[in-house]
Design a protein around this ligand. Structure first.
Ligand SMILES: O=C(O)CCC(=O)C(=O)O
Ligand SMILES: [Mn+2]
Length: 199
């Protein structure tokens, strides 16, 4: 963490963005290792009577019992690898609270994406903290108010950066990583969470 960029104040949101949270060598090494080591999956979603492949690859890791529902399915956690345990420790140290699970997302190119959502599942409890580490290609991260269709704020999540969302953010704001026609290098994103009330 070299410096801390203030973001504009959005009501009912608490966001911290650390653009150079990791040194370049560590970020490059983690990116390559995670890309190669992870048993990537592409869950299928059943929406409006049709199956759709999730437009990115994912993996869910956590403490035993840290089940989580995403992409319309319940996912059992994989056990922590030494590398993910090390990353988790660094992130916990930064945010000052325990985290017991992480969703890995792999955006292969600009056509991979994540639609509008908030991370407000009941398992996470009230005011969940989400710590999001980005590695690899840059992507735009958009925010809009719950109930609105207008993008209110966007930031570029760069290689080696950490975005922390906490407080009431998830209850009042949604976020997305939209598809883009711009050339995009492959990107990994790790969102660490604390499952307070396992399913
Ligand atoms: O890829 C990103 O930056 C966002 C990921 C995300 O919102 C999530 O995993 O819930
Ligand atoms: Mn999210």
């Amino acid at each position: 963490m070299l410096f801390h960029d203030p973001l504009p104040t959005l009501d009912n949101a608490e966001l911290d963005y650390f653009p150079d949270w990791l040194d370049r060598d560590t970020a490059d090494t983690w990116f390559e290792a995670l890309l190669a080591q992870t048993p990537w999956q592409q869950p299928e979603l059943f929406i409006h009577g049709r199956y759709h492949r999730t437009p990115r690859l994912t993996a869910w890791y956590g403490e035993p019992g840290a089940r989580y529902r995403y992409s319309g399915r319940l996912h059992e956690p994989l056990s922590w690898t030494p590398l993910l345990a090390e990353i988790r420790q660094r992130v916990e140290h930064q945010v000052g609270q325990p985290l017991n699970a992480v969703l890995l997302n792999y955006y292969r190119d600009g056509q991979d994406s994540m639609g509008w959502h908030n991370d407000a599942e009941p398992e996470l409890g009230r005011d969940p903290l989400i710590a999001s580490l980005s590695l690899g290609g840059c992507r735009r991260f958009d925010l809009r108010r719950v109930g609105s269709t207008r993008i209110e704020y966007s930031l570029t999540l760069a290689h080696a950066s950490l975005l922390v969302m906490r407080g009431p953010t998830q209850h009042h704001w949604q976020h997305q990583v939209a598809k883009t026609r711009q050339a995009c290098a492959p990107r990994l994103n790790l969102t660490f969470r604390l499952i307070r009330f396992p399913l």
